[in-house]
Structure formats: C-alpha cells, structure tokens
Design a protein around this ligand. Structure first.
Ligand code: GDP
Ligand code: MG
Length: 319
C-alpha cells in the first residue's frame, strides 16, 4: 500500500495558460448572425473557461495529497518529521478557499454578464479579480509543492512483520539483508534526512516478511540522535517485528563491549531482539567465546552458514 503521490503544479503559468486557453476556445464560437449576441457568447465563454481551467487543475491538485487518515502510523511519523501535517492541512484548506472564491466569482460574473450591455467590461472585471488572487495562489502552491516533494520521499515501508537490522557501521547489516532476501536492497530516501533506508522482502511460507536496514539510525545512543532521527526511530516502533542485531565478532570497528552497550540502548525500542554473531570466519576462538558469554541473555544465532539456514533460524526466532 503505497502513499499517495502529490502532483506538482506549475502555478506561475496557470493563470496565463487559463486566459490563453479561454481566448482560443471562445474564438471558436461562431454561427451567430447577431454580432452583439456573438460577442456576448464569447465573453461568457471566456469567463467560464478561464475559471474552470484554473479551478479544475487546483481541485485535482488538492485531491492528489494524502489525507492524514490515509497514512499509516509509520508514514505519519515520517511525514510529520519533515512537513508538519497540521501545516499541510492548513495550506490545503487555504488553497481550497481561494478556489472557491474563483468559482463564486465565475457565478457572480456570469449572472452579471447576462444583464449587461458591455460584456467585455464584465469579463475584464472578472479577469482582474481572478488575477488579483494569483499571488496568493502561487505562494501557497509553491509551499505545497515543496511539502509534496517531501511526501514523495517517504519510504514505502509496509506495515507487515519486519526484521529491523541494527548494529554498528560495517558490522554486516546490508550483507545479512541481502542473504535473507536473496536480492539487492531497494534503496529509499528517509524523509527530511540525508539518510537512505534499505528494504528487502522474503517469504515465510506464504507470509511476506520485510527486512529493513537503517544505516546511521540505530547505531548511536538516544542522546546522540537529533530530533528527526528520534522521530525516525519512533516510526520504527510502530512496526511489528524483531530487531536483528548484527555483531562484528572480529571487532574491526568496535569492541564487543561497545557493541553490547549499543544493544542495551536498543532495548528501549521494546522489541524482541535476536543477536546475530557475524564475521565468524575472521574472528578468533577467543572473540567467539567472549561474545557468546557477553550476549548470553539474548537469543543468539551464528551467521556462518548457508543462506537458507540463516533465514530459517531468523523465522524460527520470530515466532
Ligand atoms: N569476512 C567477512 N566479512 C563480512 C561478513 N559480513 C560482511 N562482511 C564484510 O564487511 C563489510 C561491511 O559489510 P556491510 O554489510 O556493508 O555492513 P553494514 O555497514 O553493516 O551494512 C563488507 O566489506 C562485507 O563484505 C562476514 O561474515 N565475514
Ligand atoms: Mg549497510
């Protein structure tokens, strides 16, 4: 279930395009012998067509934004951490109001033109009034275009049982993700951050399981996370699933103690934790023994086996 993708609206050209379109279409009206009636018909058409052109485009644009109620918990957190949902609602509401003003101006001026002897004057007044709204429309659409751009970047994380891979950089998270899913990870942008999220999927019999690697997110203490990262981590809490904590047995970047202390931090997420002891092939007997003792309170697996067995072990521990 993907998130709705907001449209982009070129608001600066919208009004000029509407006027051009209305002029061209109205000029096609013919077949009236009475010159005065012809002018009347054309001016009336110019009002209608100009208004409809703008309001239809704006209506479609407004509808292309997701409703807050259509977002799942994860998406809400993600959008929220970038564009405040309240702001989005307010801006959409304001644009809706501007659109209603244009619709009402159309009604009013169509009524006026019927009784008027100078239809051109009525049409020009109408154009003037509509054009006076252009600045506000352009401003709010520009702001909405920007929010829409950010919404489009919300990762397509599904609300299905997930394996959230955690651990220090280079511990082997991406490698494990690839081994579990048998494919290259899908890369998705993490909203309002420079971070990227990696996603993959595998089947447990008929059930789809999602694997997520969040580089740079679950590898630091809570105090070290900025507000956006805190939001992002909170969003992960809404996912059903387990944390698969990858330990680099070879201690290439971080000691086993440091890795243990990061794991303590991740307990705060309140999820079942499985510890995967990785890089057994380049670790010493001593490192392996020490790790088994250090992480003994957790469910342990060793990753040094065939992919199929690794997957089965993870599935087994997920129940
Ligand atoms: N020897 C060995 N190297 C591994 C193992 N798992 C991962 N690596 C290597 O460790 C490096 C970091 O792995 P990567 O999956 O990118 O780590 P990430 O930063 O946690 O995603 C890469 O060069 C991998 O090839 C393993 O089990 N044994
Ligand atoms: Mg990685």
């Amino acid at each position: 279930m993907g998130i709705k993708k907001p449209k982009y609206l070129e608001s600066r050209e919208l009004f000029e395009n509407a006027m051009g379109y209305a002029r061209k279409e109205a000029a096609k009206i013919s077949g009236m012998r009475n010159k005065k009636r012809l002018i009347h018909a054309r001016e009336k058409a110019r009002i209608s067509l100009m208004a409809d052109y703008i309001t239809e485009k704006i209506d479609l644009y407004i509808k292309s934004f997701p409703l807050v109620s259509e977002l799942n918990e994860f998406q809400k957190e993600s959008v929220n951490s970038l564009a405040e949902l309240k702001e989005l609602k307010k801006k959409l509401g304001y644009l809706f109001k501007l659109n209603t003003v244009i619709k009402n101006l159309k009604k009013k001026n169509l009524a006026a033109i019927r009784k008027s002897d100078s239809p051109q004057k009525v049409r020009k007044t109408f154009y003037g009034r509509v054009l006076s709204l252009k600045k506000d429309v352009v401003r709010v659409v520009e702001e909405l275009n920007e929010i829409g751009r950010k919404i489009k970047e919300v990762p397509e994380i599904k609300l299905i049982p997930s394996v959230i891979v955690a651990g220090f950089p280079n511990s082997g998270k991406t490698t494990v993700l690839k081994r579990l899913t048998g494919s290259e990870p899908q890369i998705a942008a993490y909203p309002f951050t420079t971070k990227k999220i990696e996603l993959g999927y595998f089947l447990d019999k008929y059930k789809e399981i999602q694997v997520i690697d969040t580089p740079g997110l679950l590898d630091r203490r809570e105090e070290e996370r900025n507000l956006i990262e805190k939001k992002a981590v909170n969003a992960l809490k809404n996912l059903e699933g387990i944390i698969l904590f990858i330990v680099d047995l070879s201690e290439a970047g971080y000691s086993l103690e440091e890795q243990k202390s990061l794991l303590e931090e991740l307990k705060k997420l309140g999820k079942k934790i499985i510890v995967a002891l990785n890089k057994e092939d380049i670790a010493s007997e001593e490192q392996i023994g020490k790790a088994k003792e250090l992480f003994s309170e957790f469910e342990l697996i060793l990753t040094g086996e065939k992919d199929k067995e690794l997957k089965e072990k993870v599935i087994g521990k997920m129940q």
